[in-house]
Design a protein around this ligand. Sequence first.
Ligand code: NOJ
Ligand code: NOJ
Ligand code: CA
Ligand code: CA
Length: 719
Amino acid sequence: MFKSVRRTIVAAFLATALFAGLALPGAPVSTAFASPDTDVSNKQNFSTDVIYQIFTDRLYDGNSGNNPSGSSFDGTCTNLKLYCGGDWQGITDKINANYFSNMGITALWISQPVENIYSVVNYSGVNNTSYHGYWARDFKKTNPYYGTVTDFQNLVSAAHAKGIKIVIDFAPNHTSPAMETNSAFAENGKLYDNGTLLGGYTGDTNGYFHHNLGTDFSSLENGIYKNLYDLADINHNNSTIDTYFKDAIKVWLDLGIDGIRVDAVKHMPFGWQKNWLASIYSYQPVFTFGEWFLGVNDADPNNVQFANESGMSLLDFRFAQKVRQVFRDNTDTMYGLDSMISSTATDYAQVSDQVTFIDNHDMDRFKSGTVSDRRVEQALAFGLTSRGVPAIYYGTEQYMAGSGDPGNRARISSFSESTTAFNVIKALAPLRKSNPAIAYGTTQQRWISNDVYVYERKFGDSVAVVAINRNGSSSTSVSGLITSFASGTYTDALGGLLNGNSITVGSGGAVSTFTLAAGGVAVWQSTPTQTTPVVGHVGPVLGKPGNTVTIDGRGFGSTKGTVYFGTNAVTGANIVSWEDSQIKAIVPSVTPGKYAVKVRTSGSVDSNSYNSFNILTGTQVSVRFIVQNASTTYGQNVYLVGSASEIGGWDTSKAIGPMFNQIITAYPNWYYDVSVPANTALQFKFIKKNGATVTWEGGSNHTFTTPSSGTATVTVSWQ
Ligand code: NOJ
Ligand code: NOJ
Ligand code: CA
Ligand code: CA
């Protein structure tokens, strides 16, 4: 009786909400053009989205009642190290004013939403606050200066109602500033569990933190197990901590978030992160991308390995740094831009999942210095039409300048919708939804000089061609351009906003000679109906049997066919849904390892193969492996290999390592934190590798049964 009354009320609410055109949190919003792969409900795939990165404190103060009082607040936002009053209500107000949807933005990345320290931290006489959100104290509570849980829920529902996803920043590497010898400094890095103190940095008897002083960034190991600056560094090889962070992210997943930007992934054990992600992907898979900072011309193989093995995408610093060199600093040419595009496509297994950008809160704003507005517009146009998920830093559309931190984090200067940059974004962002070549396509250089780059994006039968002339004073005659277009005339999708022209295409995709204006950008495109199957995206790319995986593309047809993981067919009830642009399938229970994913239509036509889905053995736990007395010769390193796919399946080329030997244990003892299947009897050995030369341990295999939850450490001697 009660039940039925409640049901009626819920139904009535639903009817009202639908009638009012409102969406419920998490409910899919359908628009006239939406196909499921491009819908706001698609939390696994951001390839059709454009992200807008917001410093929550710096966008808009929608509720002055939640502002801090006293010395941590400057309502004029002159002192950029203090709180300025911006909050979730302010973002909600701007969502409802259509500022983002008018620009074509479909995802907002907001500051870490969790409760931060309240104290003002004095460095060399200068006051600093946690306005940026990176000084957490309780990952299960909200930062009250940003808002309450209700404010957060309102933000998520307002966003979803406008077809906008919400991505949170999340920083499980550390809590807040702390000093080993002074518990009175700041808030001593204290960590709380939904209001209950777990522990502080000094007197850390539970081992929640590392106590190895600050990193000098000299090696991966140094960066992971020492403090980043003076931030109290979390020890993830601790069961309380591991459970805490798995639960804390669920708090936000339950509040309806659609994605996570993970801070400082280079500074946390990779095995722990993989185990944490596996937990997220089994609970509520959302698009997750990490921050691994790279400098100019830096292409760290560890960064590539992380992007390909962890199950997490990365912010694409190679893309950002190269775009800045070419369009901002004039320290490289279009040849460098093109070679970045091809080398990243080779290196990253899922290049269209990496998050591209032209500036952010840790670098000078693109416009700072003597950069012209046109160069900002060109860099934006390049990002919006390139592979990867573009993220636009708040205020770039208003040509905000500002260098260094916090000069690059001023309050947004204006909400004008008439700047050219705003209108470039407005024109190009929707193409990511309407033309799958832009969301998923390959990139091919079609015409190039120092200043001109013409590139083609192609996915199935869909094509987009973009021409950019960065030279602001000379036009270029482009002759001999070949494209994949059918014959016809193609108009500039920017409508001449950046002086682009139309082109005429004849047979064989040949374009009649045309003049690309000085500083010109033109975008031409076509999207014929796709009749053969093409897979553009699989997400997440890591999961255990039984998880649901989302496969996006075109031309799958409306009748259920077959999904293949390698040669393993998934059919019938294990296909959860099948639509022309999206399939949801259950990860099969087959030999764990990497598989190419392929779709076969009901008419037996095969798609391309999408690399490389990692089928896990099962639920993951993080285990620290230590091997003592493993002396090595110069050039040799110690690795772990063993029975489970997660530890290489006895394949020495997939062994885990090189292990570390300086901080947690020191040479000749080696250690590494590894994501392994839970509650599993593992057999393993350590090997010494020098290039391709492998030296095995003697004796019989070591054995260890992993815990069913929590972390563990296993220590053996080299034999
Ligand atoms: C990288 C962030 O982007 C930066 O702004 C922050 O200060 C550090 N990580 C520490 O959280
Ligand atoms: C692989 C075997 O399966 C394992 O048991 C053995 O210890 C190593 N090779 C070294 O021979
Ligand atoms: Ca406020
Ligand atoms: Ca760390």
